[in-house]
Write a protein that binds this ligand. Sequence first.
Ligand SMILES: [Zn+2]
Ligand SMILES: [Zn+2]
Length: 268
Amino acid sequence: MNGENNNMLEKILNLRDYVQKLEDISENIINHLNSLKDLDDSTRNIWTSDVKEFFHNTVSAWEVLTTITEGEPNLKNIDNSKSFLYAARNHLSKIISELKIFPSQKTSILIEKAETAFEECWDAFWIIYKKLLSEKEIVKPTKRVIKVSDLEYHLPCSVCGKSAVEFRIGYGRLDEKESLVFRGITLETSLNVKLANMLFKILQKKDLLGVHNFMKKYHSFEGVDAYCPECDKIYCWEHYNAREEYDDGFYDCTYGECPKGHKRMIDD
Ligand SMILES: [Zn+2]
Ligand SMILES: [Zn+2]
């Protein structure tokens, strides 16, 4: 058992090579930004800090993993590591949209190198996550809708059982009065509390399509961001493989692709 642990620790420490490679590429990108004459200083500063954030997130994803081998693999730490890696992927997508504003052969090479190195890094991390998690018991979700109380319902991910959507009567972050608060995988929003009665009736019937249509009608065209209409299932951020897209450095939208390959825009 001890030997296995050492082996795992070694594998985690080896991830450092992938992180190192991303550090080199980040430096190359920053040097390239410094060489762009048409770029004004404030934009250059923003873009440079995007690159630094990208790199710091990959370092953090690695550092969180190095702490877990000292004791029992801890689900919370694995989750944190994943969150850093997702944040890094979103930053990279933003950085690429920024680089594309000044197209050149050098830009194309930098983008390709960054994408390839990140993909390799991503795959290496996921091999470790899967190994660490295979030693844990996987909890199979049994319910489509979880009633927490008369005022609160959760929709668990159909793959891992983690809560992906919450509806509750309460106060959202900016609310001055009681609302129907929705928290999905991409956003949190508050609806008129008078709608709660109608929604809770749909939830009691475990009618996920009904909940989706309710959100389409009363919030936005994307409906429930965690819901795949073709599967009639709920997925968390990880299992919907959610990806933020950027246009000229600004957030554009988020796409989800479920494990069956159904793709749709889940936030706009
Ligand atoms: Zn999940
Ligand atoms: Zn699907």
